[in-house]
Design a protein around this ligand. Structure first.
Ligand SMILES: C[S@@+](CC[C@H](N)C(=O)[O-])C[C@H]1O[C@@H](n2cnc3c(N)ncnc32)[C@H](O)[C@@H]1O
Length: 355
């Protein structure tokens, strides 16, 4: 997913830097602003036990699958509804269930009615976040998955695998410049193509991983690990508004929505890390209560906390240091080809070896 602040292209830098600091006796890696789960997934592959957390529910869903799932998903009970599954090898069942869902007849549900032209045409706000066909497909799949869960035809692990798969797939077909703060006037090419579910990767690592969906400042003191990796928002851009439709696809809770973009209420997901006046206090509180041998923080030179703020706060816990890397700025849509004044930023990995 092209996610604001994604660390996909910094994974090697993170690993090499972290390995220069930590001792060999580190087994538990905490990724508590987990986003897409790409960092936790990377360290899960390296054999760590992962504890992941994020305030957004779509992120919880992604992490609940990429981090929480580590055994094959056999869809045993679903054979009651899809009898052909019995003849499919266990490790091919994910594919089979995804193609079964991809072939469902579309449904005019919440996504179609509120975020597609067909469903919003004669309403106050016409919206085109998805093609009509993809909106109806998304609704049909989302409703089916929820029914399977209610009827206990799928386990929680299977449920989150299917939701993570739907979120990843639908995001690639959204008619946006990658975030949901606005939609494009014309349906772009990728949005015109009807989607087919592509099974989200299942990462094997047989440890007791944990995944939470909390405000980090409420949960940090209850989580203990060797390495605590922090990747908060860097600026005022709230994830709750930029990814509101993914939140609704994940929750599918018929929220009240308003305005041009059909925004859901996000009062209890407003991040203090996006507020210039509140971020330092929140960060200080977090650093002081964190339970880890090492704390690492990703941040860049354009973030709302200054280098000195961070150094001063992290030094409260022990020996402070940092690594840097030049990095390409987040671009909403690569095809837009905008001319940025400075297209590179300096990415920092601050750390403290806790006393
Ligand atoms: C920079 S992104 C993390 C990106 C992630 N490392 C990745 O590569 O995908 C910051 C994340 O912090 C989450 N977040 C913001 N405030 C939070 C809070 N108070 N508690 C927990 N998560 C929070 C956002 O929802 C967002 O997913």
């Amino acid at each position: 997913m092209n996610y604001i602040g994604s660390k996909l292209s910094l994974l090697q830098f993170l690993e090499e830097s972290i390995n220069k600091v930590v001792d060999k006796n580190c087994h538990v890696f905490c990724d508590l602003f987990a986003g897409t789960g790409i960092v936790g997934s990377y360290f899960k592959r390296k054999g760590y036990r992962i504890i992941a957390n994020d305030i957004q529910y779509y992120s919880y869903v992604l992490n609940r699958h990429y981090i929480g799932n580590h055994k094959e998903l056999p869809f045993l009970k679903l054979t009651k509804e899809i009898s052909e599954l019995k003849n499919i090898e266990i490790n091919n069942r994910k594919n089979f269930v995804c193609s079964y869902l991809s072939n469902l007849k579309g449904a005019k549900g919440f996504i179609y009615k509120n975020y597609c032209v067909g469903g919003t045409k004669n309403k106050n706000e016409e919206r085109q976040y998805f093609s009509d066909e993809n909106g109806m497909r998304c609704d049909a799949i989302r409703q089916k998955v929820e029914n399977w869960k209610k009827e206990k035809l799928i386990t929680d692990n299977e449920y989150y695998f299917l939701l993570a798969t739907l979120i990843e797939t639908i995001d690639k077909r959204a008619n946006t410049a990658s975030i949901y703060g606005a939609f494009l006037k014309q349906l772009k090419k990728t949005a015109q193509t009807p989607f087919v579910l592509k099974p989200a990767e299942l990462i094997m690592n047989d440890q007791e991983h944990q995944v939470f969906n909390e405000d980090i400042n409420n949960i940090a003191s209850k989580i203990e690990g060797d390495i605590l990796y922090l990747d908060p928002p860097y600026n005022h851009r709230q994830y709750a508004t930029n990814y509101h439709i993914l939140e609704t696809v994940a929750k599918y809770d018929n929220p009240k929505i308003h305005g041009k973009t059909g925004l859901r209420d996000y009062q209890n997901q407003k991040s203090l890390y996006c507020s210039k006046s509140q971020v330092k206090k929140a960060f200080r509180d977090l650093i002081l209560k964190a339970k880890a041998k090492y704390i690492f923080l990703s941040y860049n030179n354009e973030g709302i906390m200054t280098f000195n703020d961070i150094k001063e706060i992290m030094s409260l816990r022990g020996k402070y240091g940092y690594f840097t890397k030049e990095y390409n700025r987040f671009k909403a849509d690569k095809s837009e080809n905008r001319n940025y004044i400075a297209s590179k930023t300096l990415e920092y990995l601050h750390y403290v070896v806790c006393r």
